[in-house]
Design a protein around this ligand. Sequence first.
Ligand code: GN1
Ligand code: MG
Length: 370
Amino acid sequence: MAIYQEERLRELSRKFQIYGQILHAEPCKIGHINETYTVTYNQGGVLVRYIHQRINVNVFKNPDAVMRNVMRVTTHIRHKLEEQEVKDLTRRVLTVVPTRDGSLYYRNAKDECWRTFVFVERAQTHEAVQTTQQAFQAGKAFGNFQYLLSDLAGDRLVETIPDFHHTRKRFETLKKAVQEDRCNRARIARAEIDFALAHEPIVDVLLKAHAAGRIPERITHNDTKFNNVMLDVETGEEMCVVDLDTVMPGLVLYDFGDMVRTTTSPTMEDELDLEKVQMGMPMFKALARGYMETASRFLIPAERSFLAFSGKLITFTIGIRFLTDFLVGDTYFRVHRPNHNLDRCRTQFKLVESIERQEDKMQKFVDGLA
Ligand code: GN1
Ligand code: MG
């Protein structure tokens, strides 16, 4: 890690309610938006780890609201787990470490916003799903997360990114990017643009069902990537749902759709060998079983009826977001190689096709679950 970062983190470490000295830090490369470090401290002679994370304020324009949401949500979940006498509480839900003056995050002289969490030990995230057991655990974790938040009292959570999964708005933004073609990249992405435009008929389906009152707004995670669930390193059991910045009002289908997107193909999001990108039925079945184990307690039939469709829709929506970002010059998602966002878009669209071929079978399977 660059020395200036060490110094920056050392300064930062004194701002939070941590009673130890910083020893070293490792950057965490996962995630396209925020900047994350795992930092080891000597605390009373024992090594203790924390997460320091810089909130990307270009994406999260209201870090205050983000942190108030995160605090409400984690506090609520902690209380519920306490009532259930769940053990290992600080591995089961994220714990925010406030600053020494009691704020939920620290804003430095350069206007960078930093926050701190207790590090969840002996648990890990995986970039790609390998076993059906993992898929089951991911479904169960996010279903339970939604369930635990289904009785959160008080004001509506703030929408930290308005219209985050609004497929129609995402679609219109793509069309504009194609028309403007500021980076002269549309010619490289012609096939993907055509694919996106041809899929317009799916764009409004959930928006309309929601507007018609058929599917309710709930509190949802909105970024239910497989790598946002920590699994116990020994048992493989789900421990903790992370990345809570987009927990806000939404449709459960957006969450389930993003699980299908990230938990049914054994590939990474930027896989170059598109042959490998496939919606695997055994993975889907395990995921859906895990999800229903916890979510069947509150889902209504209309929500269930869109479960398979939601996989297609969200995969498509994230695909058009990657495509748009490629066309406008990679301003949103962090990229690590040329055409990275286009590569990501290609895997998404390949997956959309794979889901399309199996959608009926997928829905039949979920219809058969209790
Ligand atoms: C972003 O940074 P990360 O990986 O947690 C994005 C999600 C996308 C995802 C695609 C706030 O999440 O919506 O699905 O990339 N988060 C935001 O991998 O835009
Ligand atoms: Mg995220």
